[in-house]
Every structure is written in structure tokens, then in C-alpha cells.
Design a protein. Sequence first.
Length: 363
Amino acid sequence: MTANKTKLLILLALQGLFLKSSFAYFTFPQSEMKISPRFEMEISSIVSTAFYLENGFVWKELNEEEKSLWDESLIYPLARNEWMHKRISYIFPHQLDRTYSIFLGSIERTYPFPEKYPTHPYNEFGFQDINTHNGVTSLSPEIYLQGKKNQKLAYFFDNHPVVNKIIPITSPQKGIIQITSKAIKHLDFFPEKISRVLLRGILFHEARHGDGHGKHLGFPHTLCPYGHDYAGQLACDTPSNGSYALQAFYLKKTVEACTECNEYEKEVLRFFQVETKGRVLTTKDKLSQLDQERIYEIENKITELTRSYFDEDDNHRISSISKEIYRLNDELSRIISRANRRKTLILDPSPENILEKDEEQPF
Ligand SMILES: [Zn+2]
């Protein structure tokens, strides 16, 4: 039996005792430590800078489209900090020997939206492919969903002696974020100021995974469509107010507001903004595979008909071929105009939670 399994068994036995005595036991004062001491010094300082230090810029006012998607108070640095810190409870490094446990409490809970169980695939705490963004993963939506599936409260536990943190995942907003050191090193390729902004953008992205409820709980990613740079990967979003959209928005507003950024720094940020925004699917992207196939089909038919039009001697046949070409042309324009009509899908971000009455109400 592995050490982790033993630990889990002990925990399962213990939590039964604790939970029987009082749920309040688990609300013992926990340190406000949100960055795990398991990080190497250097990486810890990078993560802390990205998490705690806002660059202080007041963003430009939001335009109409932005106002329909985001809370206007986000233009203020303090409100942005509050928004993110509310959605991130703990950030820890990915380590091969798993240093944390996840377990289910024995109290049966009534979860909201009981008829809407998760639709996105999750692999029993494997966390390999889900909501992973360049080595940064929010585990809490999956932990919460496991609790929901079992009608029990799920807990995250880090037994590091300094932390000794047990976090009841009463909502995916109790963001548990795992970061690989590779992800940090990858960002460190850029100047320090830029890499911190990029990492902060990723943290905003992960924080967004705590929002939403029912079927769109956690704003899960969707497969990128045929023809996309990330085709076939769970690296796109259908809503216009999901994690990638927020991340792109953060980068855009930072570039706008950064008076001390030089052109190179702004260019790097703009590149990532465009790359990230490209993962938010527009109607055009969503229809592209199906429509593209139909467009090819129509174009081939038109070519074929045009050929027979010129080969044909019979006037009656010529007229019917001509009508068919016009009909197909009309269909072609309809598909193209429909595909170009950009639609936004905005999902209600209000979070799902199973808080007790006497616990703090969510934002
Ligand atoms: Zn994500």
C-alpha cells in the first residue's frame, strides 16, 4: 500500500470522528497562508509577486462590450485583488509524490442543481487534462464535483507541518491551484515585469474556474474546433465571459494602462492577449467545420455545373443548370453571412456553493 493510500485511510477514519462531533471543528482558524511553503524560494517569490502585487494601474473605463461581460469595479487595483483573492484559497507546486489528500466528509449535503451533474469529463482526481493551462491547474471544480457526485463534502488537505491546512470545498470558488515549476520557468523567459503580468493573467484565468453553476460550473473548457491552432484539445471556451476571455481582458487592460511599459513589453503582452482571445470561440469558429465542409461541397458542385453549362446544347437544360448555380450561390452567401455574424454567449457567473447558514455568504 502506498503512503498516500495509508494517509487517506487514516484520514477517512479520523474525519468520521470529527464530523460526528461537530462540523465547526473544521472551521478552526487556519492561517491565511495562500502560497504553499513547498515552493522553492525563487519560485515562491515569483508566485507571490503575481498573486499579491497589483501593478497599481487604474484601467481605462470599460467599453460597452466589456461592461456586458465584466464587473466595472475591476478597473480598480484593490477590487481586482479582492476579486482574485476571494477565488483562490491555496496555491501549491505540482510534485510527483503527491503531497496532498482529497477526501470526502460523511455529512450528506444537499447540493444545488442536483439534476445538473457535471457534463465535462473528469478522471477521479487524476487532473491530467482538465482545466490545465500551461501547467497551471485549478483543482477545486473537480474536487467540488466529486463531493457533489457523492453527496458528501469534499476536503483538500495539505499535511505540510507549517500549513496543516484542511480546506472544505464548499464551493469551486475555494480555488486550489497547482502550478508546475516548468510553467514558471517557461514564463521566466520574458523580462520580469512581463512574466509577472502573464502569471497574474493565468491566476485570473484559474480564479474564473471557481465561478458558474449547474452545467457550466467552473466554466469548463471545450474542444477547439477543426482548423484551430489547438484543434482537438480542451483549450478553448464557448462563453465570451469564461477563463480565456478574462485572461485576455486582463492583458488588454494592462497594456492600455501600462505607461511605463516599453514597446517590446507591450508587444509581448499583446501577443499573449491575441493568442488567448483566439481561444474564445466565435460563432464563426463554432460553425467552421460543418460549414467549411458544406462550402467545399457547394463550390465543387458549382464548378461541375459551370462545366456542364458550357458543354450543354439543350436550352432547357442550360436554364435549369443556371437556376441551380444561382440557388447554390445563394446558399453559399447565407452560410458565409451566418458564419460571420459574431454572437456572444454570456453565462451567469454566480457561483455554486453549499454554505451553511451561519457561514459567510458568497460575493
Ligand atoms: Zn482553464
